[in-house]
Design a protein. Sequence first.
Length: 222
Amino acid sequence: MILAFAVIAAVLITSFEIAMYADFSVYQKEYEKYDVLSELDMTMDDVMYVTHEMMEYLRGGRAALSVVTTVEGKEQDFFNEQDRFHMGEVRELFIGGLNIRIGSCIAAVLCLVFLLATRADIRKIIPGSYQAALGVSAAAAAMIGIAAVIDFNAVFVQFHHIFFDNDQWIFDPATDYMIRMLPEGLFYDFVIRIGGIFLGILAILLAASLIPGYLRKKKENN
């Protein structure tokens, strides 16, 4: 069961990474959908440049979040001090998530080594454990998903209350460019995207976990 939950945790973190980093054209589509350019008075090239630099910072590829570009006809730093403070905390969550994935992978490997060393029937134990863990995870994901569909804003706010111990995540569109670039609708769309990738990978693993049982039954029938 530890192995199964470790795999699911690693898949969840990987789903975040795929959704947010695999294809940056998704950001452009989102900006067009929410008319971000008119809100910022920026070109798409400049907004995408800011996006690339911001996302690189969040995964630890940049030391500081400072991006000079043209906003509202002026060449200036896109991010202010509140942006930097909050995104610094978000960066800690991102990197923490990547570390959790590493830890999950190590735990999964150690569990597999233990099962092999004890000559356990891994063709039966691993699929069964994964299916049980998947049921628990799917139930939790379904609850969160239903809540998000019913009232995404409430879930969004609750998420920030859980992971942040301050109100620096509350921005004013009149003075903060970042919140204009990242409207709430964009976050909702990315949650749907992450969820789709997550469930897709879990479904593939579920199908794979059913193969040993199918082959075993086929052999018994023959």
